[in-house]
Design a binder for this molecule. Sequence first.
Ligand code: NAD
Ligand code: ZN
Length: 240
Amino acid sequence: MLDDARAALRDATRPVAFSGAGLSAESGIPTFREAQTGLWARYDPMALASPEGFTADPELVVAWYNDRRRRVASAQPNPAHRALAGRRDVAHITQNVDDLAERAGATDVVHLHGSLGWDRCSAGCGRRRLIDMADPPSLYACNRCGHWMRPDVVWFGEQLPFTAWSRADELAAEADVFIVIGTSARVHPAAGLITAAGAGGAELIVVNIERTPAHGIQLTGPAGEIVPELLKPTRPRSDD
Ligand code: NAD
Ligand code: ZN
């Protein structure tokens, strides 16, 4: 299976990786379901990650995100992040809101669901602010319009950022190999990119710790082991 996947990748001219929470799991960042543990287990995800939840209790929502930010700040990129960063020819679209791909050296990751590293004005006045994830601020007001600032991430029921979505949509449509890494592919419209890539003729390679119902070449195991093997540069073919 790994050989088939490597062969597909060797012949690809427009390879794309599409990652989810499983990419960062071995760095100790909990996947979405696991994030609801401990103190946070008693909260409904809708209360923590929706505009309605933020309106109802902005301090609670910011406290939860700050908890996640501190976890990300103390985590390190894993071999899968580093392997992706080392392959500039493989475009990377992620649903992750952490910055581990960038800290592994990637410079052009398409973040479909925003970034924990930024806040933005909840009233949409356009103000954004870079956050120190190791020491994030508690709830504060926008200095331009006075409304609450909020994490610059996409919540349930919200639209994806236009520029990121347009780029991802185009990359998926044009991909000839589409590598799906560590995502349950249940969050739409992001998961629709897999279908779009397949419909556009891309060969699918699926890296997941569990077998998934997705089509394509299945590489079952931890991303931190499989992705570096998959993306290891191959020797040029003698007939090139
Ligand atoms: P998910 O939690 O729904 O699914 C994670 C997937 O990764 C599962 O299919 C699981 O089997 C697989 N997985 C777990 N550990 C793995 C490993 N070591 N190697 C390979 N695969 C592994 O995550 P999702 O599909 O990304 O969707 C959840 C949503 O939550 C996304 O929108 C994302 O923005 C958000 N989220 C982001 C982060 C992050 O930024 N690191 C963390 C949690 C949730
Ligand atoms: Zn504002």
